[in-house]
Ligand binder design. Structure first.
Ligand code: SF4
Length: 246
């Protein structure tokens, strides 16, 4: 390893450890999941089922996923299709125990076709890693699959038009827990007039799946120096881990 690469890796590690310190992570969780792979995943041995591989899924499930992704990519059900480079369906383990749902793709996501790849995405990745998972072991999606202009908040009719896609993803994945990132995702699942500060940290229920609302990673980015917000998010994630262990 040459010096430049080593220095860059050390710098990345330092940033990561500082972030964990700010979160208030008292320990680094083992990279193995708290409750082992789901039986369905174990049956076919590969635990990590990628966005496109479909490994470990039944043929019917694979076909459903392919149909769903094709529909999303070609969808013109709301005006947001006009401004997108591409739709962003979501990615990760299609049999994940843990699912993260955010608001909508931003500029980087629209360009790359992947959810949470910008600065907020990097923070989310670190949070996922602090929980002992990799991005490939969870499923990450958004309520809205196409980027709203200037990253504005999606409108109610856009959310309505797009909601069948997220509902189908949840039906196929059957996660044990959903983490709702920010108010749009939280409203989608819980439809509460309360603020994020009131809702976060308390499990709600959506179609029998526990939903943990927490702050959106972009809120952490906007309040980078605020360690209290980071600590609150980590407190919420510890509750999610407890539930997964139970
Ligand atoms: S945001 Fe959803 S409903 Fe609107 S065009 Fe994109 S995929 Fe279709």
């Amino acid at each position: 390893m040459n010096e430049k690469v080593r220095d860059r890796k050390l710098e990345e590690l330092k940033t990561q450890l500082e972030f964990y310190r700010d979160l208030g992570v008292a320990f680094l969780v083992s990279p193995r999941k708290p409750k082992g792979p789901r039986p369905e995943a174990r049956a076919d041995s590969p635990l990590l089922l990628s966005y496109s591989s479909g490994g470990g899924q039944s043929t019917a499930d694979q076909a459903e996923w392919e149909r769903l992704i094709r529909k999303i990519m070609a969808c013109q059900a709301c005006p947001l299709f006009k401004g997108r480079k591409q739709a962003v369906p979501g990615e990760g383990n299609r049999r994940a125990q843990l699912m993260f749902v955010g608001e909508a793709p931003g500029r980087d996501e629209d360009l790359q076709g992947k959810p949470f790849v910008g600065r907020a995405g990097q923070l989310l990745t670190r949070i996922i890693q602090a929980m002992g998972f990799s991005r490939e072991e969870v499923y990450i999606a958004n309520v809205i699959k196409c980027r709203p202009p200037e990253n504005r908040t999606p409108k109610p009719d856009e959310i309505r038009a797009c909601s069948p896609f997220l509902l189908k993803q949840i039906e196929l994945i059957q996660p044990r827990v959903i983490v709702a990132l920010g108010k749009v995702a939280t409203d989608f699942f819980l439809q509460s007039p309360k603020s994020m500060s009131e809702l976060r940290g308390h499990f709600g229920q959506f179609q029998d799946v526990p939903v943990m609302p927490t702050f959106h990673p972009s809120y952490l980015v906007r309040n980078e120096g605020n360690k209290e917000i980071k600590k609150m998010v980590w407190e919420d994630m510890k509750k999610v881990l407890e539930l997964l262990k139970s």
